[in-house]
Design a protein around this ligand. Structure first.
Ligand code: SF4
Length: 422
């Protein structure tokens, strides 16, 4: 049976294949066609700077391609796809950490390119082709002219045009899930934070928000969206900010002001769920859905990654239990790092976490980080039992928690009033 073979990128930036070498994934896993899907539309192929390409010869020996041949190559997946294996490579000593991207293993066969991934949601609303650039630029300048004083619009114009952020762009396209960033501060210190990094040589890909919007600014952008947008969701808690819960008072005030004027659309919060009492205020004010960020159902793994300030994993669980009891639709944003979250201990802990909290949806999120930044700061994966593989992990969750949906995005669910569908 033909084996998928190694792909690499030349110094000139061309993707090349080496059919003499079988393709490998991180952790010395030999890729087979069972691991791979054809490259999906919207994928980006990325050179891995200062990472040499590694393959396996037919005699089982590993071979590292010399620098003169080029570098390892990875796929950066479009939203809607979940990575199942990271790329294999050999790091050139004393070189910079990789930028914060979700590197996925690739391979070639019969002249075609493949990636180690699974399609886990409908990418239609998140695909780059849904965000026509010239139209976005026109809509941004029109909205900014209409609301020159609203700082949220200025912030998300920056995110839409400079980071191609889909939820920021939807503010201007006036449809689907729209971003509202509210918090410059955070009470966690995530290893992979994309808006703030503490260590000298780690560069966060986004600038952190620098202001706290007023209730009026929030209502001014949220109300028209909820009233008229298709599948309208307004979401507090974005990549360009810290933890929205630190501004619970303003969010609660905004929710009350909004719900006094419309019962349309969904008000959602993406949060680290660090404070169940503050969240209870938002539940009581009329919040509809909550998405809690986590990397694990196990306190040791959670604490190692989030490095929480003044809260514990028990607070996170308590927040979700209260959401269930208040009738909210709750989901988790499960940061996905193959080789860790699919370990026996992690899968078991996740199933217990699902049972205890009554969450309804798991949103798988490829963790954007250099493996050699992430792994040394986490507990040893080998202490977590065998790696079952991402596909097997997803199958186990489907079997053991059949009422829990697995996807990648927040749903425009039907609003409930005290737990009763509206
Ligand atoms: S909770 Fe969010 S903002 Fe805070 S450190 Fe983690 S990723 Fe960054």
């Amino acid at each position: 049976m033909p084996y998928p073979y190694l792909l690499y990128v030349t110094p000139a930036g061309e993707i090349r294949e080496d059919p003499r070498l079988q393709a490998l994934a991180f952790g010395d896993h030999l890729l087979t066609m069972d691991d791979l899907i054809p490259l999906p539309n919207g994928v980006t192929l990325s050179m891995m700077p200062d990472r040499l390409a590694v393959g396996r010869k037919r005699n089982g020996e590993q071979q590292v391609l010399p620098q003169s041949r080029g570098w390892a190559v990875a796929a950066l997946l479009p939203i809607g796809y979940t990575r199942t294996w990271l790329p294999a490579y050999e790091k050139v000593p004393d070189t910079e950490p990789l930028p914060f991207f979700g590197y996925s293993a690739v391979a070639g066969l019969n002249g075609r390119m493949y990636v180690a991934a699974l399609k886990t949601d409908d990418p239609r609303k998140w695909h780059p082709r849904a965000f026509n650039r010239p139209k976005l630029e026109r809509l941004v300048s029109e909205k900014q002219a209409a609301y020159p004083q609203n700082r949220i619009i200025t912030q998300h114009a920056h995110c839409a045009l400079d980071y191609s952020c889909p939820t920021a762009s939807n503010l201007f396209f006036e449809r689907w899930e729209m971003a509202i960033a509210v918090s410059p501060g955070c009470n966690a210190r995530c290893i992979g934070c994309i808006s703030k990094q503490e260590e000298e040589d780690l560069i966060s890909p986004q600038d952190r928000l620098t202001f706290i919007p007023s209730v009026d600014e929030i209502v001014e952008v949220a109300l028209p969206h909820l009233e008229s947008a298709e599948d309208a969701i307004v979401s507090f808690g974005q990549g360009c900010e810290g933890e929205p819960l630190l501004q619970w008072h303003r969010i609660a005030g905004a929710i009350k002001a909004i719900r006094a004027r419309t019962d349309k659309g969904i008000i959602n919060i993406n949060t680290n769920a660090s404070n169940p009492r503050w969240l209870q205020k938002l539940y009581d004010a009329g919040l509809d859905t909550i998405r809690v960020s986590t990397i694990s159902g196990h306190p040791e793994t959670y604490t190692a990654y989030y490095r929480p300030l003044g809260y514990t994993f028990d607070d996170v669980k308590e927040s979700l239990k209260r959401a269930r009891d208040a009738g909210l639709y709750s989901s988790i944003n499960l940061l996905s790092f193959p080789g860790m979250i699919d370990r026996e201990r992690e899968v078991e802990a996740l199933l217990t976490f699902i049972q205890e909290t009554g969450l309804r949806l798991i949103q798988l999120r490829n963790l954007n980080i250099d493996p050699e930044v992430f792994l040394p700061r986490m507990p040893d994966p080998d202490s977590m039992g065998k790696a079952l593989g991402m596909r097997a992990m997803i199958e186990i969750i489907k079997r053991e928690a059949p009422d829990v949906e697995i996807g990648n995005f927040t749903r425009p669910v039907k609003r409930t009033f005290n737990g009763v569908p509206g």
